[in-house]
Design a protein around this ligand. Structure first.
Ligand code: TMP
Length: 183
């Protein structure tokens, strides 16, 4: 279980966020209370640029600066919707609400053909996952908001998905905040 087949892609410099329920930066930006179900799923684009803190961009920016073409944006959006449908169902089946998630995509060249594929991990680091009954957070917000119980929450997600032995002990101490002044 430690091997992966890796395909090289040309990464598209966008972070694509799909939201089903208001939370995080959407709630802050638009003043919509966390937990409010959105009228429909919303797709947002952010330009991948750490120095700029990944600013939100529109399709206009993406096409004008040549980060992706209009047909590629169509492909990205339909992939994002398919992934959202698949994951929402998968998590719902184990009692978890998929609030939102972030993905990155890349161009995969095969001979003369090119297609856009998912080129990212999908994990509680890049999704918001809430328990369907209690709304308890089971994702990286536990770390971002210093709530504790991160490893237990990730383990619970893995247990529910049936990808981890229920009796396996939690390993490691979890992530530790590192100050940028500490070097
Ligand atoms: P946000 O509400 O902070 O914009 O985050 C939306 C979703 O994207 C959330 O599930 C967390 C995820 N995300 C990442 O995976 N990496 C990031 O750098 C950011 C800002 C968000």
């Amino acid at each position: 279980m430690r091997e992966q087949l890796i395909r090289e892609v040309e990464i598209i410099p966008l972070e694509v966020v799909v939201r089903n329920v208001a939370a995080g930066s959407l709630s802050q930006r638009l003043g919509i209370p966390e937990g409010e179900v959105l009228p429909r799923s919303i797709i947002e684009f952010y330009y991948k640029k750490d120095e700029l803190d990944d600013p939100m961009v529109s399709e206009e920016h993406i096409t004008a600066f040549g980060w992706a073409s209009p047909p590629e944006i169509d492909d990205i959006m339909s992939l994002a919707v398919r992934i959202n449908d698949f994951l929402s169902g998968l998590f719902l089946g184990v009692g978890i609400r998929l609030v939102d998630f972030k993905i990155e995509l890349g161009r995969l060249f095969e001979g003369d053909m090119m297609r856009i594929v998912l080129a990212d991990e999908i994990s509680p680091d890049s999704c918001r996952l809430w328990d369907i009954k209690t709304d308890e957070k089971m994702d990286k917000d536990r770390f971002r908001r210093d709530m504790g119980g991160l490893l237990e929450a990730y383990r619970e997600v893995a247990n529910r998905l049936g990808i981890m032995n229920e009796n396996e002990p939690v390993r490691g101490k979890g992530p530790v905040l590192v100050s940028s002044n500490d070097d």
